[in-house]
Design a protein around this ligand. Structure first.
Ligand SMILES: Nc1ncnc2c1ncn2[C@@H]1O[C@H](COP(=O)(O)OP(=O)(O)OP(=O)(O)O)[C@@H](O)[C@H]1O
Ligand SMILES: Nc1ncnc2c1ncn2[C@@H]1O[C@H](COP(=O)(O)OP(=O)(O)OP(=O)(O)O)[C@@H](O)[C@H]1O
Ligand SMILES: [Mg+2]
Ligand SMILES: [Mg+2]
Lengths: 157, 165, 157, 165
């Protein structure tokens, strides 16, 4: 069991570093095994440094930088152990357009092995969809679903 | 193995029988605030056996059943079915197509079916555990939760890696 | 002191109900005085019901609905006791375009008495600005500020 | 009374002397992720006397001073000045224009000035308390914090109303 954890940790760590560098176009990030708890198991810490910036705590990162770092870790976990289905609810909310672009690029690559269901308001994310469903609610407060084409979609935010 | 179809009726804001077809790859769900997008994600988690009240934004079983509006009467049952392609037998079960159904009644009772035969919750959980469908907490990232993985305690983050192991 | 609290509570409550109905084009919301704590002071609870929907806890509201409800309370506080300066950092992140429109309409009205500094990625919010500052960071990781006109701005998300 | 100008130098990512002019009404701050928008908001809170480390994302005084990058040396001082129009004498002070300055050194020492005369932090806080500038917690809504008012404990929400009273 400990061996499997070590191997997985190594893979996730490598993938996390790779996704982080892809998202930030440089910089370094890694996972570190920290202090051991009462069971003698070490906790997992995150160290992240965007390109050119001084290394600080995660708290010093901006809102968008934190989102990207979290997604990098999520994608690393998916790469290490693909889940057949993955549901993401507005994870791109804090990202600027350029970062959304990098996010969807890695998303498409992962979608070869994982089926993604993504709730989003972002046009660039929607542009990468194979299927689009629009949800609406009428005056009766009942949800309805409509299959959409990209041209029908008019989100902006 | 992939998700082919989702059928929802009486679950949260889905008073009408609603069907979503899925294909491999990326499916985007869009629409204005409060229309039911997160409810779609909730229905998926729910049919896969989720019962954590905070995750589903439902304190008791009743909360997931359509509560009615000023123009529509409340309903008595919530039902969600997912149809999974099993042609490669990811799921340790005979069928090429697997349909998992979950129903909830106002009494608080929950029912589970696999290809229309009644089973217990643990059968559903065991089935998915072997295929690792939606069992990993990292398979779902809730609204406003994306940063949570950064603020986890180190031991909880370790648990995340262990799930992937 | 108790008298002043009661008066303020009444005003904030009225304004909260008004802003909520404006944002949701209907529905009802109010503040309620709840249980008293160890000092005999009652806590303040929020009750919110979008139009046509059954009354439930705040937890049942969607992400965007929660944002709008929170902003309604914030604006009610500003109306009851205007602060000369108010800084909002991406409070419109979870709102769809129609809701951003209602948000900026009330914002403009309040800006008669309160000076707003708003960090945003949303085009509709930016369209209501009297002044726009663009922040950029070069390869030296130093922030720079540039005064912008609406035509120069190309955000999308 | 309104904010006329903000001068920032050495504060967080603002290594260069930077000036923002403000007019009454609405000012929007835009730009890509990580460029320094929230840092602008932080500088305003900081010069008004904020020292809560979590709010400023700074565990110690040093954290607000430009730390350097791979192309630029760190700096020794952070300085922020706000210029306020006081023609209607909102602030209980003689001048028509009030400039409040805060400086921080790597030693951890903080300096405060009002119209270039050294004062103590409490003088700055007292000045603003009388004019209620930025003293109310509802005058600032931080990134990702908009929903916080909904999840406050009832007694904390009461405190919010009391501030407005
Ligand atoms: N049991 C129920 N019966 C009827 N309506 C319900 C029920 N549970 C939730 N709802 C309604 O569903 C709506 C929330 O839907 P949901 O959270 O899916 O919105 P959303 O599309 O994700 O919006 P946002 O973009 O703001 O996140 C709420 O307005 C709520 O009133
Ligand atoms: N003391 C410091 N010295 C140098 N750089 C700093 C310092 N403190 C913070 N920074 C940098 O400022 C950046 C964060 O800026 P800020 O939080 O203002 O971004 P933002 O424009 O609000 O982005 P977002 O849109 O993602 O919220 C971080 O990348 C951080 O490296
Ligand atoms: Mg939602
Ligand atoms: Mg920010």
């Amino acid at each position: 069991i400990r061996e499997r954890f070590r191997t997985t940790f190594k893979t996730v760590n490598q993938e996390f570093a790779r996704y982080f560098s892809a998202f930030f176009r440089g910089g370094t990030a890694r996972l570190e095994l920290g202090e051991t708890d009462e069971y003698g198991l070490p906790g997992v810490e995150i160290v992240a440094q965007p390109p050119g910036k001084k290394l600080g705590s995660l708290a010093l990162l901006s809102g968008g930088e934190r989102s990207l770092t979290a997604v990098a870790l999520l994608f690393a976990l998916l790469q290490a152990n693909p889940s057949p289905i993955c549901v993401l609810d507005e994870v791109d909310a804090a990202l600027d357009e350029a970062n959304v672009g990098r996010f969807v690029e890695e998303l498409r690559a992962l979608s070869e092995r994982t089926q993604f269901i993504i709730i989003t308001h972002n046009r660039r994310t929607i542009e990468t969809a194979d299927t689009i469903y629009g949800v609406s609610m009428g005056a009766d407060n009942v949800s309805r679903i409509l299959s959409l084409k990209l041209e029908d979609v008019h989100v902006d935010e | 193995m992939y998700l082919k179809r989702l059928d929802v009726q009486g679950f949260k804001s889905f008073a009408n029988k609603t069907q979503l077809q899925f294909a491999p790859g990326v499916t985007c769900v869009v629409g204005p605030n409060g229309t039911g997008k997160t409810n779609v994600a909730d229905s998926l988690r729910w049919v896969l056996g989720e019962h954590a009240s905070r995750t589903l934004r439902a304190r008791k079983t009743e909360d997931v059943i359509f509560a009615g509006s000023d123009k529509r009467a409340p309903q008595g049952v919530a039902e969600v079915s997912i149809t999974l392609d099993n042609s490669r037998h990811w799921l340790p079960i005979e069928f090429d197509e697997v349909v998992v159904t979950r129903r909830a009644y106002r009494s608080g009772e929950n029912e589970y079916l696999i290809n229309n035969s009644k089973v217990r919750l643990r059968d559903v959980l065991e089935l998915f555990m072997k295929a690792q469908v939606g069992q990993n907490s990292y398979a779902f990232m809730g609204q406003g939760m994306v940063e949570q993985v950064l603020s986890l305690r180190p031991e909880d983050r370790r648990a995340l890696i262990e799930e992937a192991a």
